[in-house]
Design a protein around this ligand. Structure first.
Ligand code: COA
Length: 144
């Protein structure tokens, strides 16, 4: 299930992110400024051992919904959590009639393939986007 962010989960989100991005993210966003939701495989209200296995951070811009982070803990991948989160993002974009955009490291071929399979197209190269000096691809999907 997907639930809105609460700060008590922040250490778990940082752990998921640290384990998800071999190329350090440009910034760890100040989450209070963004739209953040987390994925749980069980209900965190009734299951006292539940912890988030993935999350997203969205920045709503004038004409696009920008995904700043979308990640699932490596031990929890391949079970649909990432697809559930992406679907939730697309519903948010539909609600405001917006595009969805996401930047991916040029060497992250798994994520590039994962996004392409879900209808995303690379529209631009962002030079030196990542802290290792590599480029990023800007992917985009119109969901109206
Ligand atoms: C991209 C990402 C969010 C996908 O999350 P996920 O929960 O694994 O996604 P899903 O389970 O919905 O889909 C995974 C796909 O890989 C397959 N898969 C099978 N076993 C897998 C495993 N052990 N690990 C990963 N994927 C696996 C699934 O069958 C599925 O295939 P499909 O694309 O044909 O449907 C996740 O891989 C991730 O966090 N990557 C690193 C962070 C990142 O690059 N984020 C995007 C840029 S911000």
């Amino acid at each position: 299930m997907i639930v809105k962010y609460s700060s008590k989960w922040l250490p778990y989100l940082k752990e998921i992110s640290d384990n998800s991005f071999p190329y350090p993210a440009i910034v760890w966003p100040n989450l209070g400024r963004y739209w953040v939701k987390m994925h749980f495989s069980s209900d965190p209200v009734t299951d006292t051992f539940a912890k988030p296995d993935g999350f997203y951070v969205l920045n709503q811009q004038k004409d696009a919904m920008q995904i700043l982070k979308l990640c699932v803990h490596p031990l929890c991948r391949g079970k649909g959590a990432g697809s559930n989160l992406l679907h939730d993002i697309e519903l948010a974009a539909i609600a405001v009639q917006s595009l969805v955009v996401i930047n991916v490291h040029e060497m992250d071929l798994c994520t590039i393939y994962w996004l392409q399979k879900r209808g995303y197209k690379a529209v631009r190269v962002e030079r030196n986007l990542f802290s290792d000096g590599r480029d990023g691809y800007s992917f985009c999907k119109g969901v109206k």
